[in-house]
Design a protein around this ligand. Structure first.
Ligand code: ADP
Ligand code: MG
Length: 140
């Protein structure tokens, strides 16, 4: 498997509890490199564009409110099989179903406030990276 990039967000519940460093340590321990990173505060409208794929879901409005409630840290992670590897390190969407040692098992507060976002496929990773980062901001 070649070196791949994926998009990651450290979500408001985690930045608020000062967990950016411990979450990054988990990525790095798994062999993922943080090759771009910035702390931003999304508007609800910007969160809505990012999560447009979920627009018809009952939790969409709550999700957009949450993502705009506090600063987030957006990141590009690079490594072998990065998309899948990151999903493994994150754990299941619902922390009650997440494996031991995963970020969501250790830190998530609920299925909504679940500490991290990670792309679900290489194609969505490319789109999500392009929404938040210019090419010159990514240094592998
Ligand atoms: P994942 O982040 O694991 O890829 P999804 O893409 O299905 O999960 O959902 C996107 C985000 O929407 C989740 O990470 C979570 O913050 C929120 N979410 C998902 N399902 C629910 C739910 N049933 N209730 C509230 N929020 C949810
Ligand atoms: Mg998803």
């Amino acid at each position: 498997m070649a070196i791949q990039r994926t998009f990651s967000i450290i979500k408001p519940d985690a930045t608020k509890r000062n967990l950016t460093g411990v979450i990054n340590a988990k990525f790095e321990a798994a062999g993922l490199r943080v090759v771009a990173q910035k702390r931003i505060h999304l508007s609800k409208a910007q969160a809505g564009v990012f999560y447009a794929v979920h627009a018809e879901r009952p939790f969409y409005d709550e999700l957009c409110e949450f993502m705009a409630s506090e600063p987030i840290v957006v990141q590009v992670l690079e490594g072998e099989n990065a998309v899948l590897k990151n999903r493994e390190v994150m754990g299941a969407t619902n922390p009650a179903e997440a494996d031991e040692g995963t970020i969501r098992k250790e830190f998530a507060l609920s299925i909504g406030e679940n500490s991290v976002h990670g792309s679900d496929a290489p194609e969505t990773a490319a789109e999500e990276i392009a929404y938040f980062f210019a090419g010159l901001e990514i240094v592998g």
